[in-house]
Write a protein that binds this ligand. Structure first.
Ligand SMILES: [Zn+2]
Length: 344
């Protein structure tokens, strides 16, 4: 089968690889009907050291179940499923707590012997716990939005949950990528009164406004902190959703939080240590978040997608076949595209 393999920074190829197949009795095999390129794929795209074997890419997918192992109970061949970016058993102590990304039998796609989703097919471990059967056909018009439930919409929602967004709150969203835009949707959905997006790309800001952002801050660093304070009566935001991950973004996120506020981090950190420790301490700012347990959020978010109350699929502004994946990476890296959908 054909799959996306990254050999080093900037070198993404579509390769013939051994067919994905069932290995464990708890596995499912899915034929990928939609996948995406993720903002987090751009970190290795810029930094990966040369590897002879390469790294299999992709962790977001919707697909059709082709086969299931002997122990799989909740789906059958032919079902259309959404695949969260982490697999999980759905039964362990952490899954019961809604923290599927810490599942004791879990892991991530595109690592170890589990392939990536930017491919014709993918083996899904712990299928009963991981996959969610969708009540639509594989070419449903809602497919882009359903696909975001595999990562970016669930991740934006997790940032909002970790940052304790609620009715009447002021919210700042750091980052105008696909996750930041979904974080705006999540904040509005949870009743935020004021939603300030920190970003500077006109197309993304426009979409953020359509999703519910009330204010835009295009400055960076200290100037951005000052501007958010001005917009929030001098105090900062109750809830800050950090959707980038590099040091300056985290420092800005903590800087714009009001005393007693909360920062929800979902950008993958690029630093060993957390910046702005002192202001976080003296402001009694809660800093939470981490890899989003998107599987835990599918049931809550799916009805809003199916009934058209939220349209997170609008962040997918380009679609390619597998052959277009390498150029899709380039387009996202050059900020030509917010997020690329793949139709293998
Ligand atoms: Zn578990």
């Amino acid at each position: 089968m054909r799959a996306t393999v990254m050999f080093e920074a900037g070198d993404v190829r579509i390769e013939d690889v051994p067919d994905a197949r069932l290995v464990e009795p708890t596995d499912a095999l899915i034929r990928v009907t939609r996948a995406c390129i993720c903002g987090s794929d751009l970190w290795p795209y810029n930094q990966l050291e040369h590897s002879e074997t390469g790294v299999r890419m992709g962790h977001e997918a919707v697909g059709v179940v082709e086969a299931v192992g002997a122990d799989v109970r909740t789906m059958k061949a032919g079902d259309l499923v959404v695949m969260p970016f982490a697999y999980s058993d759905g039964t362990c102590v952490f899954c019961h707590d809604g923290l599927h990304t810490s599942c004791i039998h879990g892991g991530f796609f595109g690592t170890g012997d589990v392939g990536g989703a930017q491919a014709e097919a993918v083996r899904v471990p712990q299928a009963d716990g991981t996959l969610f059967v969708l009540p639509v056909g594989e070419d449903d018009a809602l497919m882009p939005s359903l696909l975001t439930l595999s990562d970016v919409m669930g991740t934006g929602h997790h940032a909002a949950v970790a940052a304790k967004v609620g009715p009447g709150k002021s919210v700042a969203v750091v980052g105008d990528g696909a996750v930041g835009l979904c974080a705006v949707i999540a904040a509005k959905r949870l009743g935020a009164e004021q939603i300030i997006i920190l970003g500077r790309h006109a197309d993304r800001i426009g979409l953020a406004r359509e999703f519910g952002a009330t204010d835009v801050v295009s400055e960076r660093g200290e100037e951005a902190v000052e501007r958010v304070r001005e917009l929030t009566g001098g105090f900062g935001a109750h809830s800050v959703l950090e959707c980038v991950g590099h040091g300056q973004a985290v420092a800005t996120a903590i800087g714009v939080a009001r005393p007693g506020g909360a920062v929800g981090r979902v950008g993958v950190p690029q630093d060993e240590t957390m910046p702005a420790s002192l202001p976080a301490f003296f402001g009694n700012v809660t800093v939470g978040g981490g890899p989003a347990p998107v599987r835990a959020y599918v049931e809550e978010l799916l009805p809003d997608v199916l009934e058209g109350r939220i349209e997170p699929g609008r962040v997918l502004d380009r679609a390619v076949g597998l052959d277009g994946v390498p150029d899709g990476y380039r387009a996202m890296n050059d900020r030509e595209s917010i997020k690329v959908m793949v139709r293998p």
